[in-house]
Design a protein around this ligand. Structure first.
Ligand code: TPP
Ligand code: MG
Length: 352
């Protein structure tokens, strides 16, 4: 796995110093503990979703075990809110940890798995990991892969047109970058004089369902493609919490300040295979970012193994109980089938 960080010759704005950093390469202890808690919660949530699927409380599972280090950092760094003044997110179906880090209730993910009418993301209409949250500018996650890359320039254009401070963040997998939408994103975000404030992310787990990364790409790194469009790029070890945090911070600072695109590729793991279609069993041969971070926390004497085990047991028990409650929640009524097909209000014109 390539873990080399590199930056294109066009120099991005340097990361501003922040109170979240306790040294050059280490985050402040409280932030490390918060990140760990969120990573653990995201992992336990995905384990519960897989169990629900296996027990017949859902039709399909897909999610993000193996992307927690990168995705939690992303969620914590987002400027969340509604409208152009805040960041827009065009996410992937492996983004659960980002949503949790932004403050989402994990029980809502169970509701989506069970397709209840109480599911706030799709009212029981979509499957696991397909988030959508107007209050935080999270555009609906799409099952057809990669379309988010050609949709995202739209919100970035609105941010450019209104001279707002928000940025647009788009993320997706490595295999999907073979599709035209990814090229569309690079073209539209980088037109000279009309550059867009876009953080373009790729989480590279080196698989597209069952197709290995090897042999699919002419370029050495996916991020290298951004160089042809004059944007700063980097490929980083997305399994490392601090590498992810500092790389995201640097890239975001650049996009926020320069109002231009940045392409960041994170090498991550796919810890439970592609989806329930491939069994969703744990793949022990891949790097586990959570286990790696826990070892670091122990070495740094920030959290003991016993404390982490206790946290995991408590979170597992809480979500088990929540899943039982969710089972009893109502399913969407048949007569509601046409709801949400079209917008019921003209939000663009300001209708509330
Ligand atoms: C347009 C489109 N083509 C094919 C598929 C089937 N499909 C679902 S996931 C997937 C692989 C995606 O791989 P990647 O982009 O690397 O994301 P990952 O699942 O590895 O995170 C494919 C081909 C799809 N959903 N949409
Ligand atoms: Mg992939």
């Amino acid at each position: 796995m390539s873990t080399t960080a590199h930056t294109a010759s066009s120099s991005p704005a340097s990361s501003s110093s922040s109170s979240s950093h306790s040294s050059e390469n280490q985050l402040a202890p409280e932030l490390q503990l918060r990140i760990h808690e969120l990573m653990l919660e995201a992992r336990v949530l995905e384990e519960r979703l897989i169990t629900m699927y296996r027990q017949g409380d859902g039709y399909f599972w897909i999610g993000g075990p193996g992307e927690e280090a990168f995705n939690v950092a992303l969620g914590l760094l987002v400027d969340k809110g509604t409208g152009v003044e805040h960041d827009y997110l065009h996410l992937h179906y492996r983004s659960s940890a980002t949503l949790l880090a932004m403050g989402a209730d994990p029980v809502d993910a169970l509701r989506q798995m069970k397709n209840t009418a109480t599911d706030p993301y799709s009212r029981g209409r979509n499957f696991a990991g397909h988030y959508s949250a107007r209050k935080w500018n999270v555009a609906p996650v799409s099952s057809p892969i990669e379309v988010q890359y050609s949709i995202a320039p739209g919100t970035a254009m609105a941010q450019r047109a209104t001279k707002s401070k928000g940025i647009t963040i788009v993320t997706g997998g490595d295999a999907g970058t073979a599709e035209g939408d990814f090229a569309t994103c690079l073209v539209w975000s980088s037109r000279k004089g009309s550059e867009l404030p876009m953080l373009i992310l790729v989480t590279n787990n080196q698989y597209g369902i069952s197709t290995p990364f090897e042999g699919q790409h002419g370029e050495e790194r996916i991020s290298d493609r951004g160089k042809a469009f004059g944007m700063p790029t980097a490929t980083i070890d997305g399994n490392d919490v601090e590498t992810s945090w500092f790389a995201l911070k640097k890239a975001m600072d650049y996009v926020r300040t320069e109002r231009k695109p940045y392409l960041l590729e994170a090498m991550v793991s796919r810890l439970n295979g592609h989806s329930s279609a491939s069994g969703a069993n744990f793949v022990a041969s891949e790097v586990d970012c959570l286990a790696r971070f826990e070892k670091k926390l122990e070495e740094r004497k920030l959290r003991t193994r016993a404390e982490m085990d206790e946290m995991r047991a408590r979170m597992t028990q809480d979500l088990l109980e929540a899943s039982k409650r969710v089972r009893e929640e109502p399913q969407p009524k048949p007569e509601s089938i046409w709801d949400y097909v079209f917008a019921d209000k003209n939000y663009v014109a300001g209708e509330k």
